[in-house]
Design a protein around this ligand. Structure first.
Ligand code: UGA
Length: 424
């Protein structure tokens, strides 16, 4: 078993830390936020992510997991130092590496020959830039890229049973060591650092584009009178295509797809390349949310002081994350156009101009239209007859095709779905 340091206790770092401790490694985590460190040491999990809280407790009890505010102390007995740091979008769309660079500079005098592993999503070329930065500081530590593919909401399950692992670097021995570290019985791609970094961006860019293809087909279904479920089922049964990431909805969001798509566009641009397909996916995604907001406003056209119930704020179910959330974005767009937005989400929150409600029924009370923007399974358990009674209007705009059409119709509500004929 190995001695591992993880720098950064965000959802990637935390999943890695509790997962590695569960696999028997000794893990110390460096995290500058003192409050977060205290909470974690006390066994309080700061992220809503299935299974993490249990493994946090397990790791702390077994004394295989600890947290501290000093990065330098965290790496003291480590053989491998994983960086799981934020790389947000800079205003020009490029990835902002200032946090990563600051930590590399801080650790350089202390790394010795420990293996530095880049977990964060970083622009292609960062591994070699970081290596050069370390060498300038007189540090000879090998640098290995090991991108993360876990999804929010299923982070731990994705970590424990990944489809594959990608490890890239210029030091073959360090690459092999990192590859062997998490032997989870899946294929491991060992490659150069540039390719490892590109796999991560290519995966997110491809999946984001694929979601937008499904949304374009849904638009076609609506005007042609076809059914998107039949179309995506047919597509998914072709083994060359496969069934995943074809669910239509309000567009892609979250902390990764939009940011990584912009970063890849910026990268291509810097090298004099156009990426018209990816650029279109990003543009169409933004326009889609505007169009959905238009649709909601058209439904309350002529209503004085319209009230819109918004079920869902998180960018998808299973998380409290609202970063670049289509649900939140649509809520803010319609609020800016004069709708009173009453929202409920089982985990996520929002502030002005959105009024946060205690329950789905509260949010629906007095609403002219009900918009379902996040696919939380618990919404399917709502008593729709009660919802219909509480609403002022009778239209449900179901941007996730979540509710059972029969149940909505029986409750006396009209049901508008994505890529489906309107009902009621
Ligand atoms: C995504 C990738 O799936 C992970 O592999 C990757 O590790 C992660 O980004 C990252 O780079 O950190 P995540 O952002 O958690 O994971 O969310 P996804 O489940 O991929 O969904 C992204 C967006 O696409 C969401 O807004 C979701 O609602 C939307 N989506 C997804 C659809 O509209 N339809 C689909 O069929 C699938």
């Amino acid at each position: 078993m190995a001695e591992i340091a993880v720098i950064g206790a965000g959802y990637v770092g935390l999943t890695l830390a509790v997962g590695a401790a569960h696999l028997g490694h000794n893990v110390s985590v460096g995290e500058p936020d003192e409050e977060r460190v205290c909470a974690l040491l006390a066994g309080n999990c700061p992220v809503f992510e299935e299974g993490i809280a249990d493994l946090l407790e397990e790791g702390l009890t077994a004394r295989r997991l600890t947290f501290m505010t000093s990065n330098v102390e965290a790496i003291e007995s480590a053989e491998f130092v994983f960086l799981a740091l934020p790389t947000p979008s800079a205003p020009d769309g490029s990835a902002d590496l200032s946090v990563l660079h600051a930590v590399v500079d801080e650790l350089a005098p202390h790394l010795g020959d420990r293996v530095l592993v880049l977990k964060s999503t970083v622009p292609v070329g960062t591994n070699r830039d970081v290596t050069a930065r370390l060498r300038t500081a007189g540090c000879l530590a090998p640098v290995v890229s090991n991108p993360e593919f876990l999804r929010e909401g299923t982070a731990l399950a994705d970590f424990m049973s990944p489809d594959h692992v990608v490890v890239g670097g210029d030091d073959p021995e360090a690459v092999a060591q990192v590859g062997a570290l998490f032997d989870l019985g899946c294929p491991v791609t060992m490659t150069d650092p540039m390719s490892a970094e590109l796999v991560k961006y290519a995966t997110n860019a491809y999946l984001a584009t694929r979601v937008m293809m499904a949304n374009s087909f849904a638009d076609l279904c609506e005007v042609l009178g076809a059914d998107i479920d039949a179309v995506t089922t047919g597509l998914g049964r072709d083994h060359r295509i496969g069934p995943h990431f074809l669910r239509p909805g309000p567009g892609f969001g979250g902390s990764c797809f939009p940011k990584d798509a912009r970063a890849l566009l910026d990268l291509a641009d810097r090298h004099g390349l156009n990426s018209p397909i990816l650029a279109a996916a990003v543009e169409v995604n933004a326009a889609r949310q505007e169009r959905m907001a238009d649709q909601v406003m058209a439904a309350v056209d002529g209503v004085e002081d319209p009230v819109v119930a918004l079920w869902g704020l998180a960018f998808k179910a299973g998380t409290d994350d609202t970063r670049e959330s289509p649900a939140l974005n649509i809520g803010e767009l319609i609020a800016a156009r004069g709708a009173n937005v009453q929202a409920y989400d089982p985990e996520a929150v929002a502030g002005d101009p959105i009024r946060l409600c205690e329950s789905a029924l509260d949010a629906a009370t007095g609403a002219d239209v009900l918009v379902i923007a996040t696919e939380w399974p618990e919404f399917t358990g709502e008593d729709l007859a009660e919802v219909a009674k509480a609403m002022r209007g009778d239209l449900v705009i179901d941007l996730r095709n979540l509710l059972d059409p029969e149940a909505v119709r029986t409750a006396g509500l009209r049901h508008r779905r994505v890529g489906k004929p309107e009902q009621g």
